[in-house]
Design a protein around this ligand. Structure first.
Ligand code: DX5
Ligand code: ZN
Length: 215
C-alpha cells in the first residue's frame, strides 16, 4: 500500500493546526528537523513537536537532519515521534548503531536516511534492524526543489536490497515529489511518498493527497 506523508515544512506556521487538520487524509505527518550544520537551514524542533503531538493522532514521521542524532533520540521520542530517521552521513558507524539502539529502547520505529551522495549498499550493516529507509531525492535543507531523477536508480537498488534482506521495511522518498513524477517514484520501489509543496501548495489538500496516491 502506498502511504503519503505531507511535510509540514511547507505549511503556514501561523496556521499550523489548520494546515495539519487539512492533511488528515495523509498516512503520516512528516516533520523536518534541521540544525543549520548538517544542512544549511534551521527549521523547528522539540517544543513544536510536542504541540503537534498534542494536536493530532497522525503518525509522526520525524526526519532528523542534525549531526550526532543519538544525542536527541530520547528527547524526540518523549516529545511524541512515532518514527525517527537519522542520516547515515550524520555520524560514525558506531554513532548510527547507537542511535538505532536508542530508538529501540525508546520504542520508536527506526529509519535510516540517505543523502544523494550515499550508495544504496551503505544500508547493509543496519538493514535487518530498520523499519524504514528514507532516500533523499533532493539535497536536504529546503522544500520546493526539483527531484533528482538519477536518485530513482538509488531507490531501485535500495528496494532490491530490502526485498532480499528485509522485505517488511518501508522505503520512503523525500524531496521534489509531484503528481508528474509520483508514478515513477512508486515504480522504482518506494511505498512512502513525502510531499511538502505538492500538497500544501494546493488549495484542496485532500485532492492533492489522493492525486499522489493514485498517480
Ligand atoms: C527537505 C526535506 C523535505 C521537504 C520536502 O530537506 O527533508 O521533507 O519538506 O519538500 P518538497 O516536497 O517541497 O520537496
Ligand atoms: Zn524530510
Amino acid at each position: 500500500m502506498i502511504k503519503i506523508a505531507p511535510s509540514i515544512l511547507a505549511a503556514d506556521f501561523c496556521r499550523l493546526g489548520e494546515d495539519i487538520a487539512s492533511v488528515r487524509e495523509g498516512d503520516m505527518l512528516h516533520f523536518d528537523v534541521m540544525d543549520g550544520s548538517f544542512v544549511p537551514n534551521i527549521s523547528f524542533g522539540i517544543p513544536v513537536l510536542k504541540s503537534v503531538r498534542a494536536f493530532t493522532d497522525m503518525t509522526l514521521d520525524v526526519h532528523l537532519m542534525i549531526h550526532d542524532p543519538v544525542r536527541y533520540v530520547e528527547r524526540f521520542a518523549a516529545a511524541g515521534a512515532d518514527i525517527l530517521s537519522v542520516h547515515l552521513e550524520a555520524d560514525t558507524h558506531q554513532g548510527t548503531a547507537q542511535a538505532l539502539d536508542e530508538m529501540e529502547r525508546c520504542g520508536v520505529k527506526r529509519a535510516l536516511a540517505l543523502r544523494p551522495i550515499s550508495a544504496p549498499e551503505a544500508i547493509l550493516p543496519y538493514v535487518d534492524r530498520l523499519d524504514m529507509v528514507l532516500v533523499m531525492t533532493v539535497e536536504p535543507g529546503f522544500g520546493g526543489q526539483t527531484l533528482i531523477e538519477s536518485q530513482l536508480e538509488t531507490v531501485r537498488r535500495v528496494r532490491a536490497l530490502l526485498d532480499r534482506y528485509n522485505p517488511a521495511c518501508d522505503l520512503e522518498v523525500d524531496g521534489g515529489v509531484t503528481p508528474e513524477n509520483a508514478g515513477r517514484v512508486k515504480a522504482a520501489g518506494a511505498n512512502v511518498l513525502v510531499a511538502g509543496s505538492a500538497i500544501f501548495g494546493q488549495a484542496d489538500r485532500s485532492v492533492a493527497i489522493r492525486t499522489l496516491r493514485e498517480a
